[in-house]
Design a binder for this molecule. Structure first.
Ligand code: ADP
Ligand code: ADP
Length: 225
């Protein structure tokens, strides 16, 4: 579970073409890094997969199911953002449980499920704290738990490490990779860092100016012959 296929996917903003006719297959269980310079269309591609952005043309298949016109919650994807986007007035456990509120799960079950997710990211001891009482890395773990509570097949991460200091970045990189392996989910991670992609990805996709320039294992792409 978690195979992603993009077929002739395009996105235009007015007269500006941000993503041009891209074809891409990401096998289930991959750690895929989307790379490229600022403005090349990485975030737009990720947001279209998440359903946060309408496509101009083309199709998105998840687990061989066409999800192009489905709302975000019906796709089996979950997105984690750069700035974590936690609710400041809610405790960690409530932030995580919030993801289930819309699905009509009762309060006790939401809480139990949120504690499970916090345990997955080693944040059980901080369950009752507010986001402001946590470090950047800890907030990021909570944001990840919130993304995972909906049991996605595909986790979408937009520059998840860029707000962290270099030491934490390397620590969280390890944790992300570990979690992805343990859960066996597909991760699609937008980054502008080759080093990050090299450390994390088993599939790297390099975009430039709205098209896919290169794809393959990071060793094949980044190591000179
Ligand atoms: P990246 O994530 O690679 O930095 P983006 O996907 O954010 O690139 O943007 C791709 C191109 O589309 C850029 O030229 C950007 O300015 C443009 N773009 C992105 N979002 C919008 C938007 N909401 N309205 C207009 N143009 C946009
Ligand atoms: P990123 O590089 O991570 O995509 P940006 O700073 O480019 O982040 O974009 C942040 C937000 O601004 C996004 O929601 C994007 O859609 C919007 N945006 C980006 N470029 C433009 C643009 N040229 N016009 C309008 N909105 C834009």
């Amino acid at each position: 579970k978690g195979a992603v296929e993009l077929i002739k996917l395009s996105k235009s903003y007015d007269d500006h073409v941000a993503v041009k006719d891209i074809d891409l297959r990401i096998p289930a269980g991959s750690y895929c890094c989307l790379l490229g310079p600022s403005g090349c269309g990485k975030s737009t591609t990720l947001r279209m997969i998440a359903g946060h952005e309408d496509v101009t043309d083309g199709d998105i298949l998840l687990n061989n199911r066409n999800v192009t016109d489905l709302p975000p919650r019906k796709r089996g994807t979950a997105m984690m953002f750069q700035n974590y986007a936690l609710f400041p007035h809610m405790t960690c456990v409530d932030n995580v449980a919030y993801g289930l509120k819309v699905s009509g799960v009762n309060k006790a079950e939401r809480h139990a499920s949120a504690m499970d997710m916090l345990s997955l990211v080693n944040m059980v001891d901080h369950a009752g704290k507010l986001p402001s009482q946590l470090s950047g890395g800890q907030q990021q773990r909570v944001a990840l738990a919130r993304a995972l509570i909906c049991k996605p097949d595909v986790v979408l991460l937009d520059e998840p490490l860029s707000a962290l200091d270099p030491f934490l970045r390397i620590q969280m990189r390890k944790e992300l990779k570990q979690l992805q392996k343990t859960l066996g989910l597909t991760f699609i991670h937008v980054t502008h860092s080759q080093e990050e992609a090299f450390a994390l990805a088993d599939m790297a996709v390099v975009m430039d100016n709205g098209i896919i320039q290169q794809q393959g294992h990071p060793r094949e792409i980044f190591e000179k012959p």
